[in-house]
Ligand binder design. Sequence first.
Ligand code: NIG
Length: 426
Amino acid sequence: MIDADFAVRGAAELLTMDWELAKPPALLREAALAARDGEIVWVGADRDLDGAVALRPNATVLDATGQTVTPGLVDPHSHLVYAGDRAHEFALRCGGAGYLEIARAGGGIRATVAATRAATDEELLALALPRTDALLSQGVTTCEVKSGYGLSVEEELRLLRIVRTLAGRTPMALVPTLLPLHALPPEAEGRRDAWVAEMVDELVPRAAREGLCRMVDAFLEEGAFTAAEVRRLFARAREAGLPLRLHADQLSDGGGAALAAAEGALSADHLERVSPAGIAALARAGTVAVLAPVATWVLRLPSPAPARRLLEAGVPLALCTNLNPGSAPTESVALGLGAACLSYGLQPAEALWAFTRGAAKALGLDQRIGRLAPGLRADVALFGCADHRHLASHLAVSHCVAVAIGGRLVASPRGARCSPPGPRIT
Ligand code: NIG
């Protein structure tokens, strides 16, 4: 018998994500899962649990009858530490204004940088916490958080320290990413090279020395940063032992996907304008394509990322909220799932795979999270619907009833059936 201190029982559907995305989903029906000391030890049919698993008397048992169970969702791309509001940009975009037009008029990332710099640490934490709570209550158990709204050495370090403090205030696992080349701040006009040198040669080693970030990211785009600048950053990040990510081919085909692949980046993100050569390069390198369907929609870009072509080429796919005040001003995971299905022609199970296993791959964490299989961390989300397709089709509405991280019930947004009862976090 396998000893366990946590179990989920009677799931109408349990999606292990233990399949490759191109293959059909391995749905388990009337399924159960058991964990011990935070790790999954058993997954199978509910009727077999009692014969295989000895539950300790004080074990936490979640009744998932009539519910869908997935691995804890993973958000691999967010910018959730920021101050200020850019609702007026939304209105401008609805009136036809474009991304670069808004940025050149002083809006966009620079506007958030000004508001974020003006906010105190406590103010930024107070703004960020409800965002992490909102993600957690929808079943997100791991979330990547980027800097990128500080844009000076000290301000970027400050944002990363705030992410570290935030990580101590939420049960969700936060993965901090340094995003120094996000936009050129106004004070760097006329001294661009010197500013880039500070970001690359001073900031990256300091952030690495202090252990403040797990990855380094950049925005390669017309109006943002060039391939040469990104390569310079990546060389320094590699020296510091930090994995790479890249905002690539979002507004124009700048060869970002090929650069990300050539540099061995974990992911290339956005990719609305990726070229066939870029797709082939990602496939060869095994670089994950992180797609942000809500941003494509909010920015009113002419076409979505070619998700099917990426999949057919063998590129692993991930989905993210991209939560930020400009291109993705929403915490809604369900909106992202629905938009991915409608924009890309993904099946709901494929979109869920991309929001769990694919996202874990994008963070280099797929040996630890993103699947329900023995040996992985017992991060589990329970949803109050018997058919997983509701998670995408009921647009922008979360069905999450319970969230466990490391085999511990951490949120119960709609009253989980738990013995003994756990915390209720709405
Ligand atoms: O991932 N593309 C660049 N960065 C963000 C947008 C951030 C913002 O507009 O504030 C993104 O979409």
